[in-house]
Design a protein around this ligand. Structure first.
Ligand code: JFZ
Length: 471
């Protein structure tokens, strides 16, 4: 760690000179540099994907929600355990490092699971708030390269690519390890030592930013990354003043021109944020501040026309693995959430928290596979679809798709199977046929002044969600 400060002082002196000329205190966004068609082309795979897997994995995973032999809690994010127990970084590292022991081949398991679940992309933590980097970083000794002599980011990226999955990097700009991170600049952002003086006397946030930028540059230049998932900002600490956000986004885009980024380097209304609440997002986004907004643990009531959004959610109540959280969502809730989100034009980023050895908890494997089994049958009603043309019906949800032929197709997601066997829908076009996705069987239809009535078999093929397509 002492070597570290010398390394980057020498290496990044020039960047410090440049930074010294920039006045802090503004939220200034990356310049707009593409037209609508270019943006649509860049966003296309992400919009069609609709379903991704989130992975929270770091030193906290080995601690598993336990500190000094006692459970820290049964609910809430255990990736915050260092903050929960108010441990300084050395105490935390001493306890956590011996418990973080990734088995060889762990990443192949993740990739296979994402694939089996029907996910099209995986976003994983390259560094969470704790500050431990999973790659082999030249600018840090608090990283997998130094501690484990492994590049875990490389192992994960290679496994994901081998399965044909898109790759996203979650990267925390909050840092509880770095000895120049000036946590006193924000009242709202968390830090284990919040309210206490800096243990090392004074700090220089500019030097933290050199480190942050250098580490992000390593990541985006070394690996074929498709999504950058920044985390996170506060009303009192955001954007250029907090992270030199404009430059951070620029260097990322320079390395990966097609990359898609979220809005969490900012916390302003123009960046889609209404308040400090996790659900405090607005249905608008100036794309200079990011490509999509990130409702957390929450599904918006209605769609957000013209705004790309992704709901991220846990399978139980923690992002990072905990031995003590057994509040698992049911398969029914998860599948209906995915359908609900797709019907409103959003993406679902569903989290797993692998253990310290990299293995995925059996409950999570079971849940992801259940979604996969449903997607195997009904995936065409999710992938490449757009929001429902009408408000959510009493019996379920709806998505739509424009076909290559120029015709449209509606997918009716039936949650509550009608007892009288009749499903009535106001179709926005003339219907030429109906089909049950589960069986491929044609269904009888009757049409009268825009109202289509489909005759269903007596029993739902799937008690969770059965899908009827209308041509
Ligand atoms: C953040 C992380 O703190 C959390 O550990 C997890 O990674 C999640 C996906 O993202 O969660 C947040 C972000 C913002 C607030 C709270 C939790 N907030 O503004 O109160």
């Amino acid at each position: 760690m002492t070597n570290l400060s010398r390394k980057w002082t020498v290496g990044f002196g020039l960047a410090a000179l440049i930074w010294a000329g920039v006045a802090p205190g503004w939220v200034r966004a990356e310049a707009q540099r593409e037209n609508v068609a270019e943006r649509d082309a860049r966003m296309q795979w992400w919009r069609e994907a609709r379903f991704g897997m989130f992975v929270h994995w770091g030193l906290y995973s080995g601690l598993a929600g336990t500190w000094e032999g006692k459970p820290v809690g049964t609910r809430g994010g255990m990736e915050w355990i260092q903050e929960r127990v108010k441990a300084d970084t050395d105490t935390y590292a001493r306890a956590a490092i011996p418990l973080f022991k990734p088995e060889p081949g762990f990443a192949r398991e993740w990739a296979a699971l994402a694939k089996a679940a029907g996910c099209k992309y995986v976003v994983f933590t390259t560094k969470h708030h704790e500050g431990f980097a999973l790659h082999d970083s030249k600018v840090s000794e608090y990283d997998a390269g130094t501690v484990l002599h492994r590049d875990l980011v490389k192992e994960i990226v290679e496994s994901l690519k081998a399965e044909g999955l898109r790759v996203g990097f979650y990267h925390s700009v909050i840092d509880w390890h770095h000895d120049q991170y000036e946590y006193q600049k924000s009242q709202q952002l968390p830090h284990p030592l919040k309210g206490k003086p800096y243990p090392n006397g004074t700090r220089d946030h500019v030097r933290y930013l050199e480190y942050l930028h250098a580490q992000v540059k390593e990541l985006v230049t070394a690996y074929p990354v498709d999504v950058m998932w920044w985390d996170y900002s506060a009303l009192d600490f955001q954007g250029d003043a907090a992270w030199r956000a404009t430059d951070l986004m620029k260097l990322t885009r320079a390395a990966r021109p097609g990359i898609i980024m979220n809005n969490r380097l900012y916390r302003s209304p123009e960046a889609g944020w209404g308040s400090m609440a996790t659900e405090g997002y607005l249905p608008r986004l100036d794309t200079a501040y990011g490509d999509f907004i990130t409702p957390e643990q929450h599904i918006p009531d209605t769609g957000m026309p013209g705004v790309d959004w992704e709901t991220c959610m846990t399978l139980n109540t923690t992002w990072g693995y905990s031995d003590h959280d057994h509040a698992w969502k049911t398969d029914e809730t998860l599948i209906r959430n995915l359908v609900d989100i797709a019907s409103k034009g959003g993406n679902y980023l569903l989290n797993i928290g692998p253990k310290g050895d990299g293995s995925v908890p059996p409950e999570s494997v079971k849940a992801m596979r259940a979604i996969g089994a449903w997607m195997q049958v009904n995936g065409e009603s999710i992938y490449g679809t757009t929001a429902s043309p009408f408000e959510k019906p009493a019996w379920g949800r709806c998505t739509q798709k424009r076909l290559a032929s120029g015709k449209s197709r509606l997918y009716l997601h039936v949650f509550d199977w009608p007892k009288d066997g009749k499903l009535a829908v106001k179709a926005p076009f003339e219907v030429t046929g109906a089909r049950l996705l589960a069986t491929g069987k044609k269904l009888e239809i009757a049409q009268e002044s825009g109202l289509v009535t489909v005759t269903l078999p007596p029993a739902a093929p799937d008690p969770v969600v059965s899908v009827v397509s209308l041509e």
